[in-house]
Design a binder for this molecule. Structure first.
Ligand code: SF4
Length: 375
């Protein structure tokens, strides 16, 4: 199913992967665990023969979540809760929920209270990542998750189960990075939409199958051109709805680097080779890029984006702002000021998970890039 997808099927599946996950579950008889952003070690869940699926909202209408969350909860939290309460009530056998910001802390309590009869576990990543004790903390959290999954499944995993899973997930990230490297220099050969759909699906479906499709996409790529394209850096957490990438493709924007969770921050999660597998899994938490809720350095995002902009010779940064995301609301005013001071053009795209019309975004993006061309 996921191993032989055409471009059209990749796009369709990335918008709504759940019918195919249901089919996979029926076909394999295996369990599915839902997680939310960020940094739950998916390799550990897969080692138990369970599919880890990152829940990334729905574009379907909100019915129940509004009444359970405050009006100023971010649209991702509202949309995720709606998905499990109204649209995918039976799909998930349980959830591993990290708590990265105030919203996700409250959300995980509300989630537990309103979704009954399922397995629930938390995953608590440290916020002060520069402290020595943070490494110990992450390792202990991974061990705690392994014990919890053992109790849930009645199964123990050994080093070889975990290694097989890590190898599979590493291969996925390596393939995606190779495609990204190619796309950067040949944007006419692969659209932003297809590439980021593959990255998104990698966090949602079974990689033993999906890697086949990714490998075929990679092998089929033919040299293209950069003529007429504008290189940009994409910033934020997620970029949804996926049709935003169509706008980029239409305006001929070439995303050459990013700091998205459904992007380079995920790809940076390849586990390094070495002796102690749990230590290596813990160590990769610290090599991932900036994510505001779990990093203490308030200048971290600015420094990272400025570096990406300069190293890639990009023309501008596009920042995707999720409506009511508390951490982005804190970061954005200073980020805008700092970019302006550095003379780096940055365009902020306001998004909402239930958005269906993008015509206003098109007009603003076009106007912004017309002004860039004129400079
Ligand atoms: S980090 Fe932002 S988008 Fe993510 S759950 Fe928290 S408030 Fe919502």
């Amino acid at each position: 199913m996921w191993e032989k997808m055409s471009y059209e099927e990749i796009l369709e599946c990335a918008v709504d992967p759940y019918p195919s996950i249901r089919e996979w579950k029926k076909r394999t008889g295996k369990r599915v665990l839902g997680t939310t952003f960020a940094d739950v070690p998916e390799e550990v869940i897969w080692a138990f023969d369970i599919l880890p699926t990152t829940i990334m909202g729905t574009t379907k209408p909100l019915k129940k979540a509004q009444a359970l969350l405050p009006d100023n909860a971010c649209s991702l939290a509202r949309s995720n809760l709606e998905l499990v309460l109204s649209y995918e009530t039976d799909l998930f056998d349980g959830f591993v929920l990290p708590q990265v910001c105030d919203t996700t802390q409250h959300l995980s309590d509300i989630w537990r209270l309103n979704v009954k009869g399922k397995y629930f576990e938390s995953y608590l990543a440290p916020r002060q990542t520069d402290r020595e004790s943070a490494k110990y903390w992450v390792r202990k959290e991974i061990e705690r998750l392994i014990d919890s999954l053992s109790a849930f499944t009645g199964k123990r995993i050994d080093e070889s189960d975990l290694k097989r899973s890590v190898d599979l997930h590493n291969e996925n990230k390596r393939l995606l990075k190779e495609i990204y490297d190619f796309k950067r220099n040949n944007p006419s050969s692969l659209s932003n939409r297809v590439f980021f759909s593959l990255v998104k699906l990698s966090q949602q479906v079974a990689k033993d199958e999906l890697n086949e499709t990714i490998r075929r996409v990679k092998e089929s790529l033919k040299d293209g051109t950069k003529d007429g394209y504008i290189d940009v850096i994409l910033a934020g957490i997620t970029c949804e709805p996926m049709e935003i990438y169509d706008l980029f493709d239409e305006i001929k924007l070439n995303v050459v680097a990013d700091n998205l969770l459904i992007g380079s921050r995920y790809l940076a999660g390849e586990v390094d080779p070495g002796e102690d597998l749990l230590d290596r899994l813990a160590a990769r938490h610290f090599k991932r890029g900036f994510f505001s809720p779990i990093h203490g350095n308030v200048f971290g995002e600015f420094e990272e984006l400025r570096r990406l902009y300069r190293e890639n010779g990009a023309k501008a940064i596009i920042y995707i702002h999720i409506e009511f995301c508390e951490s982005q609301e804190y970061d954005l005013p200073d980020l805008k000021k700092m970019m302006k001071r550095e003379g780096i053009p940055m365009h902020v795209v306001e998004t909402e998970y239930q958005t269906t019309s993008l015509s206003h975004l098109r007009t603003r993006l076009q106007a912004f890039f017309e002004s860039i061309k004129g400079t």
